[in-house]
Design a protein around this ligand. Structure first.
Ligand code: ZN
Length: 195
């Protein structure tokens, strides 16, 4: 394994890594890359994703660039604790879809000496911090903010632009309703004007 610290093997301790960013910024791709390396190193790796996210595949995590890894669908944070006993490295994708109890779960797992890598949206479509990701960023040893490219101007983008007037915080499985935008080009769609 040539990769240097921090993404190597925990030695008598665990830790938390957070990969956070907007849609299309490569979060899942980066998560898959790290988990694959852990597998190559023959570590016991488990990957979870919340059941709400049914796009592409039920039993894999899949990035927008078509990288994939087998994953376990869970409906609650408790299942992750129950299933992770023998794992050394634990990946959680779309972590923003879990309740705030996932923060404790990540701490418990890391305290047990496991490497916990979570990926998720750090802002909703309005640019508001998306719990529990802000809290996870605060308690993590290592954080990576992934940036996309603004489809309007080509600048680095950290916001998710919704192209529909729906006020639901989450519209699952509808990637075509979103695009990456920078701070300058991002706006909150107005219901009145149906933008
Ligand atoms: Zn822009």
């Amino acid at each position: 394994m040539t990769e240097i610290f921090p993404h190597s093997i925990p030695n008598e301790t665990g830790w938390i890594e957070v990969i956070a960013g907007c849609m299309f910024s490569g979060k899942t791709e980066e998560l898959i890359r790290r988990l694959r390396r852990a597998k190559i190193a023959k570590q016991n790796v488990l990957v979870f994703k919340p059941k709400i996210d049914t796009r592409y595949s039920e039993t894999e995590i899949v990035s927008h660039s078509d990288q994939s890894l087998p994953s376990i669908l869970v409906t609650s944070h408790e299942e992750i604790l129950e299933l992770s006993k023998d794992a050394k490295v634990i990946g959680i994708d779309e972590v923003q879809f879990f309740s705030n109890e996932i923060i404790d779960v990540c701490n418990i797992l890391a305290n047990q000496g496991k490497r916990v890598i979570v990926a998720g949206l750090d802002q909703d479509y309005k640019g508001i911090p998306f719990e529990p990701v802000p809290q996870l960023l605060a308690i993590a040893e290592y954080i990576t903010k992934t940036l996309a490219i603004c489809v309007e101007c080509g600048n680095p983008a950290d916001r998710t632009q919704r192209k529909t007037a729906s006020k639901e915080r989450v519209i699952v499985g509808a990637a075509d309703l979103y695009e990456a935008r920078c701070r300058k080009c991002h706006y909150i769609p107005s219901e009145e004007y149906g933008e």
